[in-house]
Design a protein around this ligand. Structure first.
Ligand code: ATP
Ligand code: MG
Ligand code: MG
Length: 548
């Protein structure tokens, strides 16, 4: 029952269906398998699959794999996993642009036969000069008037591998004085000798994105081809190609619509930049919990629901902007507040000895798994003479009125257990507190002190003998600036404090915690067990309890 916000794309679809241009709609999600998906891709996934679902249409998954140099099957598998994890399923078989290589080739020949494409031997520098600039119209290539027959022969030779990489290209013959640079005889095909992950060494020529994308859309029967704003000018080329191919020049052919890409504060969003962080060794991998990749967010404890909610909340528009990262953080916090089981973990432990508690005795106490949801039941926690509390929860003297934690002669409640007050403490040689001594009030389990005195603070603890050691990975923002991407050396803005590791203890129940499934360590934040560790207890901090 979530509200559907209308937008210009929905309006267009409504109109197209009303005009009976299409009987049903078809969209596609077309990742290039050259990296892992990031949360920007999630926007496109939710949009494409979401529209297909709402309009009872179809959405394909198509790997846009026309550049053999940068692609790999490793990425194909990861992309499939991420889409499914986000909660979407593609219609029909997975598509690959590379499956259409023969068709692209035939359509290129059709353009040559129509005198709309030619083989050009200008090198890259020369081609740039001939192309002109926004202020200066281009000049026709000297190869523009080669005969159709000769172009057909040359193209066949290109295909047969008789030219070197970069020696020539196939270009569309459009208009060298167009105000749109992409219309100044754009390249349609180039020579590449790399082995392709799907077609091996079968091809020596590969279509450019602009040529392959519109034709793939048309072959698959896509109706609304949604892409990001930087392709706005290329829409002219998209239309030109389809209008000049007989099979596709019909009113119900695909049309392209552009929306603004997602940019997020304190991170970068292009695969190239994310790759650089990994290559430079600033980040160990694409799925590091600090990365804005779906695999990173998942490993950090973000839920698919929270990412879909976030995308829904920011909406679709044509205005470029940088989205406030606290919107994403609020989305996951809201979801986890409802779902996450509560538990106790001490991130920076100090020992506390309850002097009036019998030695050797261990009590089993019941604590709610979720204080607002009784149906989640209760868990066993333990209490004895020796416990751990967090270093930040004890001060020798009460530092200010707001301090509601433990201090000498000050009472606090240990969560789901007794009221205690501290009496004294030991320090090490450097003055660091090592042990706190305390007295507990045995008549305060599950009730207030009988004499009516008020105990304001509650702190968390873990019983020492049954505690398990755990590593806590505390994550902060990846970059120190809101918009690192606009800096040429964005990697220098990397936040060296983005990961802080701490060693502490958790309740024994956490031995059975599942990776990627978030818990609330009470008073500390949401954490999930790392998915790369086996038996060790490593917890990744998803998000703090409050926006700080
Ligand atoms: P990047 O620049 O990160 O490499 P890309 O656009 O080259 O992204 P593709 O694999 O081609 O990556 O993207 C697949 C689809 O996801 C495309 O339709 C693209 O428009 C969309 N997409 C990519 N990044 C974003 C983003 N930040 N916001 C919204 N959609 C995006
Ligand atoms: Mg792309
Ligand atoms: Mg890219």
């Amino acid at each position: 029952n979530k509200a559907i916000h209308t937008n210009f794309i929905r309006n267009k679809i409504d109109n197209d269906l009303e005009q009976k241009l299409y009987t049903s709609i078809q969209t596609r999600f077309p990742p290039e398998p050259n990296g892992y998906l990031h949360i920007g891709h999630a926007k496109s996934i939710c949009l494409n699959f979401g529209l297909a679902k709402d309009y009872k249409g179809q959405c394909n998954l198509r790997f846009d794999d026309t550049n053999p140099a940068k692609e790999d099957v490793e990425f194909i598998d990861a992309i499939k996993t991420d889409i499914k994890w986000l909660g979407f399923a593609w219609d029909g078989d997975i598509k690959y642009s590379s499956h259409y290589f023969n068709q692209f080739y035939e359509y290129a020949i059709e353009l040559i036969n129509k005198n709309l494409a030619y083989i050009c031997f200008l090198n890259a520098d020369e081609a740039r000069t001939y192309r002109g600039t926004l202020k200066k119209v281009g000049e026709n290539s000297p190869y523009r008037n080669t005969s159709i027959l000769e172009n057909l022969e040359l193209f066949a030779k290109m295909k047969a591998g008789e030219f070197l990489e970069g020696e020539c290209v196939l270009r569309a013959k459009i208009d060298m004085s167009s105000p749109f640079m992409c219309m100044r005889d754009p390249t349609l095909y180039r020579i590449r000798f790399d082995k392709h992950h799907q077609t091996g060494n079968q091809w020596r020529i590969y279509p450019m994105y602009d040529f392959a994308h519109c034709i793939s859309d048309a072959i698959e029967g896509v109706t609304h081809s949604l892409c990001t704003l930087e392709f706005q000018d290329n829409r002219r080329l998209y239309d030109w190609i389809l209008e000049n191919i007989n099979d596709f020049n019909k009113p119900n052919r695909p049309h392209q619509y552009e929306f603004s890409r997602l940019n997020l504060e304190y991170t970068v969003m292009s695969k190239r930049k994310l790759q650089k962080l990994v290559e430079d060794g600033l980040i160990p991998g694409w799925d590091d919990p600090r990365m804005p990749t779906l695999s990173g967010l998942r490993r950090r404890g973000y839920t698919a629901t929270s990412i879909r909610d976030f995308v829904n909340r920011i909406g679709i528009s044509k205005v470029d902007s940088i989205t406030d990262i606290t919107i994403l953080e609020a989305a996951v916090r809201n979801d986890l507040n409802i779902k996450a089981p509560r538990t106790m973990g001490v991130i920076d432990p100090i020992r506390i000895i309850i002097e009036n508690y019998p030695e050797g005795k261990i009590e089993t106490l019941k604590a709610p798994i979720h204080p607002q949801n009784e149906t989640m039941g209760k868990r066993d926690i333990f209490f004895s003479r020796e416990l751990y509390i967090d270093r930040a929860d004890f001060k020798e003297i009460v530092p200010n009125k707001k301090f509601k934690r433990l201090a000498i002669n000050k009472e606090v409640r240990l969560r789901s257990a007794y009221v205690i007050h501290a009496t004294t403490f030991d320090t090490d040689f450097d003055g660091n507190i090592t042990i706190v001594y305390a007295i507990y009030d045995p008549n305060t389990l599950g009730k207030n002190p009988a004499d009516g005195r008020k105990v304001k603070g509650v702190i968390h603890f873990v019983e020492a003998s049954k505690a398990f050691k755990a590593e806590f990975r505390l994550y902060e923002r990846l970059f120190t600036l809101e918009n690192p991407g606009k800096n040429d050396h964005f990697e220098q803005l990397f936040n060296p404090q983005s990961l802080i590791t701490s060693y502490g203890v958790v309740e024994p129940s956490m031995v059975n915690s599942k990776p990627e499934f978030a818990y609330q360590f009470e008073r500390e934040g949401y954490f999930c067990r790392d998915n790369q560790s086996s038996d060790e207890l490593i917890f990744n901090k998803t998000i703090s309890l409050h926006n700080i």
